[in-house]
Ligand binder design. Structure first.
Ligand code: PLP
Length: 361
């Protein structure tokens, strides 16, 4: 097969160099004569690698020592529930900012474990903008404020970290983690399913202030308790060894690319180029999101005539541009431009879009 560009929303493209290295190392990892998947997570080789991945991530994202780094499982969805289990006590409330599908789901899944206060929502605007900060009804006694910096389906993104007046901020960064510089100190907990910007599915990365993890008071099994995972170096039980390894390769790749500042700049330019192709199409293509809240990671767009959708998808695939079909809830198209999607892929897509519009005017 010739070169293809993968715009999947998740599981998503991985850097080619990462896959090539994993391929080279598959049958003989680290001089062991075996693949990384086939050995004990308690062995010297694996524990050394695991520690190195954490050290590399700490350096890449300047993670302070009073924050734990956890390598968990269950997808971001499991943590929608586990976060209130750990961060809220009996009778506590938590504030949720709902600016898209995932934030809404996080609030619903938290409800059995904490009194959920939807402090702001843009559902009434079909999630085409962010709820203005001045209208948020934050409760200073809330256990935490939860938000979704980038809404993967709706294509809206916060470009600044909101102030919460000292209440710990919990962020579901599944679709924008490590895509731009990150000021960890602004957050209580950052968590992300790995399958968009970090590695394969089945791994969840969490960066959490240690004092917050010690808060859990309700009775629960150890496997749900973040403090237990932290105390056991994320090896309370068998971790996702393959995911941990691939995340490590991706983190090294990010460092080699120049780190998060360079990635942020590259991602900004990629998104600008695609939005320019949409906005410059004279209405042929359209993105309905408030320009100030447009996502740099997920760009949904529609064609002026929905009857052309199937043809657009067939022709784009034939041109090697994959997974552009929009989420079923919204229809239309969506191009996801995560870290591993190179600028050439965006140029190829923008060129195809111009050509398609010219041929099917
Ligand atoms: C994909 C995604 C999720 C769901 O992740 P799972 O790993 O499938 O549970 C949650 N939040 C956001 C922002 C996402 O993009």
């Amino acid at each position: 097969m010739s070169q293809v560009w993968n715009f999947s929303a998740g599981p998503a493209a991985l850097p080619r160099e990462v896959l090539e290295r994993a391929q080279r190392e598959l049958l003989d990892w680290n001089g062991s004569g075996m693949s990384v998947m086939e050995q004990s997570h308690r062995g010297k080789r694996f524990t050394a690698m695991a520690a190195q991945v954490e050290a590399d991530l700490r350096e890449l994202a300047a993670i302070p020592d009073d924050y734990a780094v956890l390598f968990l499982q269950g997808g971001a969805t499991q943590h929608f529930a586990q976060i209130p289990m750990n961060l809220a006590g009996e009778g506590d409330s938590a504030d949720y900012i709902v600016n898209g599908h995932w934030g809404e789901k996080a609030a619903n899944e938290a409800a059995p474990y904490v009194r959920v206060n939807v402090a702001a929502s843009s559902k009434g605007a079909d999630y085409r903008r962010l709820p203005p900060r001045a209208e948020w009804k934050l409760d200073p006694r809330a256990a935490y404020v939860h938000y979704t910096p980038n809404e993967t389906i709706h294509g809206v993104q916060f470009h600044e970290v909101p102030a919460t007046g000292g209440v710990p901020l919990v962020a579901d960064m599944s679709s924008d983690i490590l895509s731009a510089p990150l000021d960890v100190r602004r957050f209580g907990v950052i968590y992300a399913g790995a399958q968009k910007n970090i590695g394969p599915s089945g791994l969840v990365l969490m960066i959490a202030r240690r004092d917050l993890l010690a808060r859990a008071t309700r009775p629960m099994a150890k496997i749900f308790r973040y403090a237990e995972h932290a105390a056991n170096d994320s090896m309370l039980n068998t971790p996702n060894t393959w995911g941990w390894y691939l995340a490590g390769l991706t983190i090294q790749w990010l460092k080699a690319q120049g780190g998060l500042a360079a990635m942020g700049e590259r991602n900004r330019r990629k998104a600008e180029r695609l939005y320019a192709a949409i906005d410059g199409s004279g209405g042929y293509y359209r993105n309905a999101i408030d320009p100030a809240a447009r996502s740099r990671m997920n760009v949904p767009f529609t064609l002026h005539d929905g009857a052309l959708d199937a043809l657009f998808l067939a022709e784009s695939e034939a041109a090697g541009l994959f997974a552009l079909k929009g989420h079923k809830a919204l229809g239309g198209m969506r191009a996801s431009l995560y870290n591993a999607v190179p600028p050439e892929a965006v140029d190829a897509l923008a060129g195809f879009m111009r050509d398609f519009a010219a041929r099917h005017g």
